[in-house]
Design a protein around this ligand. Structure first.
Ligand code: BES
Ligand code: ZN
Ligand code: ZN
Length: 481
């Protein structure tokens, strides 16, 4: 499917289908009000009605806010994909909605068919957006075009992330992820360094190596760099890249293991962000660092009771091999702080089931010391449409990861607050001078879903990409930064 922004009034655009959004108020004055009400259409949020005789599809909305438009557009696109129209056209719905329309279309239309021998094909080939506003209000055309182009880049990067996460563990091994990163680097002019298991040994990344030791697919550290000419600041993005998480010796129950190909979603989000930031040419130096490993079982597997010496010398008592993401991230965070002078470090990880228990499936948990940074992300959340909520640290929870025999334990001694204790484990690997510059994003719930919601369909959502790119764009608009 091809999306195009036409520099033409809607009436002049040739398309087989017209799509219109209607609030209950607008429905009152609609020329087809009678027939729409006979069809039971009340312009309720996300309801949809097709008047095929008029080549018209109407979509109900409560208001013209971006969130509403994004999700209604996604609902609409899923519905009209099933019809046999070849083309459709739609208006703008005010200056702020361009992002929502483009994202609704591209993200709503997404499906992952790599493993289907005969995937359902849609007849829909072209979608045209008009630069006309629905109520003939003048729009700033320069801004419209800029927003359209940026939204396209960001939505495509999100779908790129989704594709990677959805790819099965047998195909997307740590090595394969490294190849994807190298290809992205070649295409987008990024620097790329890959550390194989021998290089990881040289770097003393023993915690990460232990996690990957029982797999035939050995771990990789991936480091991509985007260096524009005059960067305003330096940002490091760290991703958990467990290409499969069986739990290791602390083996997951069979039903919990299904979907664990998504344990690389943090890494894939980082790759999506590197793609977007380089295509948007943002003046920020961005490093993407990925710890890729597979958590498996064999005679050489790391075990509960082991003590690992991490890259920064801290010893870790392993009490549960399923709490592996924090071990990988500990070493990658140390590596990041050793090699890069960052103004900010953000890590993204499908780290804990506890985060889903705390916040539900749709919300990313944000943790860190800096209220200022968290506040900025709340704003980015509102403007990107990704949901976030903060989970607060406290010193009592911190005590729960003390170990009797090593410097720290990889699981807490009590079962509550697991998302926070996992983040506090990571926090203990953040240098004193970086404590206020680091945030952790737990995307365990938000990265993957087996049912569709908002502009997401079955499978990976690309969580983190839209949010973080929006944060970057907002920093560049802030004169104080
Ligand atoms: N990858 C999982 C977390 C996860 C669970 C992500 C469900 C998405 C959906 C992580 O490695 C893990 O297994 N965490 C354990 C930690 C526990 C052993 C302290 C968990 O959440 O149960
Ligand atoms: Zn695990
Ligand atoms: Zn995991």
């Amino acid at each position: 499917m091809q999306l195009e922004l036409k520099q033409q009034p809607l009436t002049e655009i040739e398309a087989e289908l017209l799509v219109t959004f209607l609030t209950p108020d607008l429905l009152e004055t609609h020329p087809h009000k009678e027939v729409l009400s006979r069809a039971g259409f009340k312009a309720e949020s996300d309801s949809i009605c097709a008047l095929h005789a008029h080549s018209l599809v109407v979509v109900g909305i409560d208001n013209f806010e971006a969130d509403t438009i994004r999700s209604a557009t996604a609902t609409m696109i899923k519905a009209i994909k099933a019809y046999s129209y070849k083309s459709a056209k739609l208006f703008q719905y005010n200056q702020e909605n361009t992002f929502a329309l483009v994202e609704g279309i591209l993200l709503g239309e997404y499906s992952f068919n790599d493993y289907k021998s005969d995937p359902k094909k849609s007849e829909l080939k072209n979608i045209y957006l008009s630069n006309d506003n629905f109520n003939a209000e003048e729009l700033d055309q320069k801004r419209l075009l800029e927003d359209y182009n940026s939204a396209l880049v960001i939505a495509k990067a999100t779908n790129f992330t989704r594709d990677l996460v959805n790819t099965i563990p047998n195909d997307m091994t740590p090595q394969a992820l490294a190849v994807v990163a190298r290809d992205l680097a070649d295409e987008n002019n990024l620097e790329c360094t890959i550390l194989d298991e021998h290089a990881l040994e040289q770097e003393n990344m023993n915690a990460m190596l232990a996690v990957g030791r029982a797999s035939v697919h050995k771990p990789r550290l991936i480091h991509l760099t985007y260096k524009p000419h005059n960067p305003q600041f330096t940002l490091s993005l760290v991703g958990k890249g467990l290409t499969y998480d069986s739990g290791g010796m602390s083996l997951k129950p069979a039903t919990s293991m299904v979907t664990m190909k998504m344990d690389k979603a943090g890494a894939c989000a980082v790759l999506g962000m590197m793609k977007a930031v380089s295509e948007l040419k943002l003046p920020i130096e961005v490093h993407g660092l990925i710890g890729a490993a597979e958590n498996m079982v064999n005679g050489n597997a790391y075990k509960p009771d082991d003590v690992l010496t991490s890259k920064n010398g801290k010893t870790i008592e392993v009490r549960n091999t399923d709490a592996e993401g924090r071990l990988v991230l500990a070493d990658v965070l140390t590596y990041t702080q050793e090699k890069i002078k960052s103004d900010y470090i953000f890590d993204f990880a499908t780290l804990t089931g506890a985060c889903m228990v705390a916040l539900g499936q749709y919300t990313t948990g944000v943790m860190g010391h800096s209220h200022r940074l968290k506040h900025q992300f709340f704003q980015a959340s509102v403007d990107s449409g990704e949901l976030v909520a903060s989970l607060p640290f406290n010193r009592h929870l911190k005590k729960l990861i003390k170990s009797e025999i090593a410097d720290i334990c990889n699981v807490a001694s009590k079962p509550y607050g697991g998302a926070i204790t996992a983040a506090l484990f990571l926090e203990s690997f953040i240098d004193e001078n970086m404590k206020d510059k680091w945030l952790h994003f737990d995307i365990a719930g938000s990265a993957y879903s087996e049912s569709s919601w908002d502009c997401n369909n079955y499978g990976a959502t690309g969580a983190g990409v839209r949010l973080t790119i929006e944060w970057m764009r907002q920093q560049l608009n802030e004169p104080t930064n």
